[in-house]
Design a protein around this ligand. Structure first.
Ligand SMILES: [Fe+2]
Length: 243
């Protein structure tokens, strides 16, 4: 069954050509859910001075909200296309579901992997196991930060940088995704950084490198540790809370 209430699973499947039996179709209809904007776990000004209150408010209440609104519209249209056995219609909606569903997933993960500078969560000491694995992989913590920052600055156009864990016992890797493509290959997203201009331009203008330098002050290492020690399902539980 294609459970389109579970958007990351849907994006991973990308299977518009499956034919559904009547019972499966009814079950699919019942599984469709409306997604909602998750609340931020802190105030809009909590990440000052590194990310301005203005950026946070626009980013969350306008940009992320738009992804949620457009995802719901696309899923509703997709449901109608499935019900009408309209394969062409289903295929035509793939990109809208991928883009807006990815936007919802990525931002939901991003808000939770940020924390006010100076808080306990914003210190790498809140991620002892993860830091140890980082040191094993990259030699030392500063080398990892350098490699991650270089990956962020190497993104052409809009996209995201992620530290991921390859499955339950897997190693760590730095990956980048284009536009709003989410990490859907089975990896656990430990933390991500939004490299769209809307994430920094109002404050940093063309100073992308300064944004990247400063993002390290507001990474939530407690969340990163929890995701590193947990499963992919645990990391994506934030989406279920925001249904
Ligand atoms: Fe964004």
């Amino acid at each position: 069954m294609v459970n389109i209430g579970n958007i990351w699973q849907y994006l991973a499947l990308q299977s518009p050509l499956q034919s559904l039996s009547g019972d499966q179709l009814n079950a699919t209809k019942m599984a469709v859910t409306t997604y909602t904007l998750p609340q931020l776990p802190y105030a809009y000004d909590a990440l000052e001075p590194y990310i301005s209150s203005q950026i946070m408010e626009l980013h969350h209440s306008k940009h992320h909200q738009a992804y949620v609104t457009n995802l719901n519209k696309a899923l509703e249209s997709h449901l109608a296309a499935v019900a009408g056995t309209d394969i062409a219609g289903q295929i035509a909606l793939q990109q809208a579901i991928k883009f807006n569903g990815g936007g919802h997933i990525n931002h939901s993960l991003f808000w939770q992997n940020l924390a006010p500078a100076g808080s306990e969560e914003a210190s790498p000491s809140a991620a002892k196991e993860l830091v140890s694995a980082i040191e094993k992989t990259w030699g030392d913590f500063e080398a990892f930060k350098k490699a991650f920052s270089a990956a962020l600055l190497g993104i052409q156009g809009s996209g995201w940088g992620w530290l991921v864990k390859d499955g339950p016992q897997g190693g760590l890797r730095i990956v980048t995704t284009k536009d709003q493509d989410p990490v859907v290959g089975g990896e656990v997203p430990v933390f991500g950084v939004d490299m769209w201009e809307h994430a920094y331009y109002l404050q940093y203008l063309n100073g992308k490198a300064a944004y990247v330098d400063n993002i390290w002050n507001v990474i939530n290492w407690k969340t990163a540790e929890d995701r590193f020690l947990g499963s992919r399902e645990d990391a994506f539980s934030v989406l279920k809370a925001a249904l």
